[in-house]
Design a protein around this ligand. Sequence first.
Ligand code: NAI
Length: 346
Amino acid sequence: LFGLPDQAAHERVLLATDPATGLKAILAVHSTARGPAFGGCRLWHYDSEAAALNDALRLSQGMSLKNALTDLPFGGGKAVILKPQGDFDRPALFAAFGRAVQSLNGAYITAEDVGTTTADMRGLQAVTPFVSGIPRDGAFGGDPSPKTAWGVFVSIRAGVRLVLGRSSLDGVRVALQGLGAVGWHLAEFLHQAGARLIVADVDAAKVQRAAERFGATAVHVGEILAADVDVLAPCALGASLNTQTVPAVRAKLIAGAANNQLATTADGDALQARGICYLPDYLVNAGGIISVAREYRGEGEETAVMAEVSKIAERVEELLQRVQKADSTPARVADDWARSKLVKPA
Ligand code: NAI
C-alpha cells in the first residue's frame, strides 16, 4: 500500500469513510503488545491521502515507542482525519469518526491531537467509550497539553544540567518553535524559571502576546531553528529537523513537544556529529499520554499525574547514561530501549 516501508510493521490500518459527513480518516494500530493502542486524533489538511497515511503510520509507531518507554499498559495507535474542504458539520464528522473508533472494539483509544479539542472528545463520548481527554465534573481529566508542556520543561531542565552543565534555567536562551497549546504552556514554565525566550509562530498574534507577556524576542518562522540559543524546543509539526535545517542549528540541546521531529534517523546522527544533543520527542512529550491514560483508567489525580510526568526527567538522565555507554545517539538508544519494552507488561 503506497509503497511505504513501515506498513508491514502495523497490526491494523483502517480507512474509514462516510460520504454523508465527508469523513475520511485513517486509524492506525501499530502495536497492541502492551495493551490497547492509545494515541490522539489529528484533524489536518493533507496534500494527499498518501501524506495522511504516512503521517498516521509514523505517528502511531511513535505512540508505541512512547507508551512503552513510559511503561504505560498501552500499545500505540493514532488517527488522522483529512480535514474536509470548506464548511463542514463538525459534530457530525466526529460522530462518524467515533463510529469508526467503536468498530475497532477497543483495540484503539483516541484523544486530542493537533486540530482536535476537548469538545470534540466530549462529542465522541456519546458514540464510543474508547476516548479520553475530556473534562469531567469533580474528577481529573481534560486537555493534556499543560501536562505535555510540563514534561518537556522538566526534560529541558534536566538536559540543561546534564548536557550544558548549568545548574539553573536562569538566563538560558531557549528558541521556541510554535506557541500553540503546548508551546504556550511551555513558554510560561520557562519564563517563570528565568529563561530568555526567542519565539516564532505562523500566527503573528501569538508571537505578539508572547512578546508582551514573556518579553520574548520574535524571529521569522524560517529563522527559529537556526537561532543563536542554548536550547531549541520544536513545538509545531513534525520533520522540522532534516537535511536542510540540521546544518544550521546552533543550539547545543534540542527538546520539544512536536512528534516526529527527526525526518530520518540519519538526521539524529547528523545532530550528534555536530555536537548537538537531541532528546527524543516521544520521551520528552509523554506528559499528555500519561495524563489521558490516567484519566481513562480512572486513576487521575492532579498531584499524582504531575509526579508521574516529572519522572520523565529521570528517564532523560537514564537515557543520557545509556548513550554514553553505548557510544550511540539518543534517538537510536531510545528506539532500542523502547522496542525492548514492546511486550506485554508483567
Ligand atoms: P497546536 O496546534 O495547538 O500548536 C501548534 C502551533 O504551531 C500553532 O500555534 C501553529 O500556529 C504553530 N505552527 C505551525 N507551523 C509552524 C511553523 N512552521 N513555524 C512556527 N509555528 C508553527 O498543537 P499542540 O497541541 O501545541 O502540539 C504541538 C506539537 O506537539 C504537535 O506536533 C503535537 O503532535 C505534539 N504533541 C502534543 C501533545 C499535546 O498534549 N497537545 C502531546 C504530545 C505531542
